[in-house]
Design a protein around this ligand. Structure first.
Ligand code: NAP
Length: 474
């Protein structure tokens, strides 16, 4: 691996303390990575503060052109990034290429948004003053990312932060720090000045992040990961009243009505379930199928799931790579065992293979009872858990009966009914006759305990900006 050290102020820093990164398909160590401590965090904060002063003063167009160049460079190197993503995360090469392309798109989108930090001016209704509103860079941002999208969860934060004029320190997940480190030479080549973006892999995660969130120069904490860690970060962020952007867990329902186009419903459910082998906050977790079509839906979904090829993701014929680590694989197996013990039927898969690698087969469960653990918690793996319904109000109630509210999916041929159902779903995003909602141009985010704030779209850059209002007379 070319880059395994800390990236601070545009240079690579070795540390005595290091940790291993494992290829989940081979269980082999692929890199020994530097682990940042508090002294390193202080250097990164100093570098980011110094670089931000100049960067924030550049014109939006100048910032935009650097981001545009980052998109061009990354797009030219998608295969290299995809390969690295597969090595450290395990996902199949098709999924990894999809992620690399999605990750690069955030640079293009926010290159376009950088020049659109709209303000406004208007007459105050009564006082005669003018109300002038503008957006300014909020300050340094600490970005913390998960292992399931080692590139995209980083670029979805870096690109809007840079577009807004902020400097950043990124703490990538310890399972997958290599992709973010590999991105740094590309950003340099694109024209990102030294110090503006710093990467601190670390095994002392909690203390390191907590220290940075108490530095007075930091004004934003943007986190993607589990709801439990998100709650801890919100508590830390409260001490300095930081702007929080929290993309947390999900428990996505899929609702398939009996008037749905069956081909579209099967394709969409496959995509919502198996994109990233189910290791996605947007992954279909509970699949509610109208009783009248449940037998046919289950048969067809089972045939599609059973046909997927499982193996080392570097083999381009493989559809499903290993899960990221043994714990994640064992958690998925435990969800299946629990559901079966409570009465679910295994239609395909359901058995952990022996041998090397953290593999788990695509699995379909039918007749999943309401009290099964997988109905209430994120499966985060390739298990499709099917339940049935007959009544529209009842399925909406069941879909909403969770503390999460990230994304729901609805399949119906009756557009009027489908839109009425979408509006009653308490979710930040809904896929209507689609199994994919992620789009750099759309505001990604959830309600309830799935998070705060939005990434992508017009909203994404505003997460890194403060609104200033000037009351003026002339
Ligand atoms: P995680 O355990 O919460 O870890 C995410 C990141 O937080 C990692 O970089 C981790 O570092 C760091 N972290 C862990 N403990 C911390 C602490 N006490 N203080 C500060 N940072 C800490 O989540 P994960 O297992 O990697 O990812 C899976 C979760 O992410 C799922 O719940 C999924 O739904 C969610 N997710 C949400 C979205 C979304 O947009 N809503 C997208 C993707 C994933 P270490 O690796 O060093 O522990």
């Amino acid at each position: 691996m070319d880059h395994t050290d800390l990236y601070i102020n545009g240079t690579w820093h070795k540390t005595a303390d290091r940790f291993d990164v494992i290829n989940p398909a081979t269980e082999q160590v692929i890199a020994s990575v530097a682990s940042a401590d508090i002294a390193d965090a202080n250097k990164a904060l100093d570098a980011a503060a110094a670089a931000m002063a100049d960067w924030a003063a550049r014109t939006p167009r100048a910032r935009s052109e650097v981001l545009r160049r980052a998109w061009e460079l990354m797009t030219a190197r998608l295969d290299d990034f995809a390969h690295l993503i597969t090595l450290e995360n395990g996902k199949a090469s098709g999924d990894a290429k999809g992620e690399a392309a999605y990750a690069a798109e955030f640079f293009r989108w926010f290159a376009e948004e950088a020049v659109r930090a709209d303000g406004m001016i208007t007459h105050a209704p009564a006082s005669g003053a003018r109300i002038m509103v503008q957006h300014k860079p909020a300050g340094l941002a600490v970005l913390i990312t998960p292992w399931n999208y080692p590139a995209a969860m980083g670029t979805r934060k870096i690109a809007p932060a840079l577009a807004a004029g902020c400097g950043v320190i990124i703490k990538p997940a310890s399972e997958t720090p290599l992709t973010m480190l590999a991105l740094m030479p590309l950003l340099e080549e694109a024209g990102v000045p030294p110090g503006l973006v710093n990467v601190l892999p670390s095994r002392k995660t909690g203390a390191l992040v907590d220290h940075m969130l108490h530095d007075p120069r930091v004004r934003v904490v943007s986190f993607t990961g589990s709801t439990g860690v998100g709650r801890k970060l919100l508590k830390s962020a409260a001490d300095q009243v930081l702007k929080p952007a929290m993309e947390l867990g999900g428990n996505a329902p899929v609702i398939v009505f009996d008037d749905a186009d069956m081909d579209i419903a099967i394709d969409g459910t496959m995509q919502a379930k198996m994109r990233n082998l189910g290791e996605a906050c947007t992954a279909a977790n509970r699949i509610y199928v109208h009783e009248a079509i449940a037998a046919e839906f289950t048969k067809r979904l089972t045939a599609r799931m059973a046909a997927l090829k499982v193996g080392d993701g570097t083999d381009s014929s493989v559809d499903v790579g290993p899960l990221v680590n043994a714990d994640t694989r064992d958690k998925v197996a435990a969800f299946v065992a629990d559901a079966v013990a409570k009465g679910a039927k295994v239609e395909c898969g359901g058995v952990t293979p022996g041998g090397i690698g953290y593999f788990y087969p695509p699995t379909v469960l039918s007749g999943v009872p309401e009290n099964a653990d997988c109905v209430h918690d994120e499966i985060f793996g390739p298990v499709a858990a099917i339940q049935t319904f007959t009544d529209q109000d009842d399925v909406i109630r069941r879909a909403n009966a969770t503390e999460y509210g990230l994304v729901a999916y609805v399949f119906s041929g009756d557009f009027k009914r489908a839109l009425q159902v979408c509006e009653r779903l308490d979710y930040g995003m809904v896929g209507l006759n689609r199994g994919l909602v992620s789009d750099p141009a759309a505001p990604f985010g959830g309600t309830k305990q799935s998070g705060l704030g939005r990434e992508g779209g017009h909203e994404g850059m505003l997460e890194f900006m403060e609104t200033q209002y000037i009351s003026a007379s002339w």
